[in-house]
Write a protein that binds this ligand. Structure first.
Ligand SMILES: [Zn+2]
Length: 410
């Protein structure tokens, strides 16, 4: 039975506008004029682009919106880690919930329907952030699928309590586990310990990796070895990986081929990479962001994501994935329609694959996670930072935004 008619919308592969019939949370049919005789509520699309719901593969809801509590002097990664560590000791559960909720609501209003958030669990954060985000995950399940990655930001081998706390969080409902080998005195052991937890709970792993611009000293080989030894292909992902942008083109391509064949996905975090990298350059500062879309030929599964909002890692942000895609395209000098269509895929279809979610391509039978973008194509949505006008999660409307009205002198 049809619950909702989405009328007069544009799909990338259709020349003219179509209607989308939605029932039981899924797309029942797509075609021109389908909604004319159906007795169901109608959402007029006004010719907007119907896109799969946007998917955020890497964000930190727990430490969003703390900029005013931190001092930023150098804008380096080390400063961001230490300032955030200091601030999080004072987090309360209500405080984390309020900040994370504000970001989540904004993300929903920009068309995001699925999200992976890291949540720091260690002796300073305790379980306060985790408890807040567990509640948030439940409270907003009607509008967004939120998965929580129990995350060791500040090391494991140097702080054994953190390992036990991650274990407890996984037992209590964390969806996956993540680590940050570059802050650990023993990066390889750190990676192995995260995999131990992943195997114990049969969950995915996600690492913050290779976050500097020295081409040497990559942790990719160890993550590759562990992924292959434990059969974790398709459930391992890595974020940042700015080292790849410092490697010679052939070397970076060879690494991407190895990642692809091992089933390891990569998330680029344009705003943070651009803000924190290359701080020692006095002129011609490097971009420090890996242009992963150029590696499509290697089969690498690549996405782009927000990472941080209004904190020492990224003192900017409106949690709009379309804006982040535009930023990525600009930094990566990706301006052709084909490239920008690929980049739209990095926040939709590819991002859903990274999270192990069903293919979100809008087709009969697909889950009805849909966002209407004020653009004529995915490429133009990226090029123009197209506003999200309306969205639904499993067929339930989740937000609407009116187009601006301009007043002329009459
Ligand atoms: Zn991150």
């Amino acid at each position: 039975m049809t619950d909702l008619v989405l009328r007069n919308v544009r799909l990338p592969d259709h020349l003219s506008a179509v209607d989308i019939l939605i029932g039981g949370g899924r797309i029942e049919a797509i075609g021109p004029g389908l909604g004319d005789d159906v007795a169901a509520p109608v959402q007029e699309g006004g010719g907007a682009l119907a896109s799969p719901g946007l998917v955020e593969t890497h964000i930190h809801l727990d430490k969003a919106g703390i900029l005013h509590r931190c001092s930023l002097c150098h804008g380096t990664l080390a400063e961001a880690v230490s300032e955030t560590a200091r601030a999080k000791a004072a987090f309360t559960e209500a405080d984390v919930y309020a900040r994370a909720e504000a970001v989540l609501r904004t993300a929903i209003s920009h068309g995001t329907t699925r999200m992976r958030s890291f949540v720091e669990i260690d002796p300073r954060a305790g379980f306060r952030s985790f408890d807040a985000l567990l509640q948030l995950r439940a409270d907003y399940a009607h509008a967004i699928t939120l998965e929580l990655c129990a995350f060791a930001q500040e090391g494991l081998t140097n702080e054994p309590e953190t390992y036990a706390m991650l274990d407890a969080a996984l037992a209590r409902g964390a969806d996956l586990v993540g680590g940050c080998p570059y802050t650990d005195p023993d990066p390889e052991r750190h990676v192995s310990m995260i995999f131990d937890l992943a195997r114990k709970y049969d969950v995915a792993v996600d690492f913050h990796l290779d976050f500097d611009l020295d081409a040497a000293g990559s942790n990719i080989p160890h993550v590759l070895r562990e992924t292959e030894a434990r059969g974790w292909g398709g459930r391992t992902s890595i974020g940042h990986v700015t080292k790849l942008s410092a490697m010679a083109p052939g070397e970076a391509e060879a690494q991407c081929q190895r990642l692809a064949s091992a089933g390891i996905a990569l998330t680029v975090l344009p705003a943070t990479d651009l803000f924190l990298m290359g701080r020692d350059a006095e002129q011609l500062s490097p971009r420090g962001m890996f242009a992963a879309h150029r590696q499509a030929g290697t089969g690498l599964l690549a996405t782009l994501s927000t990472n941080n909002v209004l904190n020492p890692f990224t003192p900017f942000g409106d949690v709009s994935l379309i804006r982040m895609a535009n930023l990525y395209a600009n930094i990566a000098q990706a301006g052709t329609p084909g490239e920008m269509t690929t980049i739209h895929g990095m926040i939709t279809t590819q991002a859903a694959r990274l999270l192990g979610a069903p293919d979100p391509t809008l087709a009969r039978g697909a889950v009805a996670d849909i966002v209407l973008l004020d653009a004529e194509s995915p490429a133009m949505a990226v090029a123009t930072v197209a506003p999200a006008l309306w969205g639904c999660k499993e067929g339930r409307p989740s937000f609407a935004r009116a187009k601006p009205t301009l007043f002329d002198p009459s």
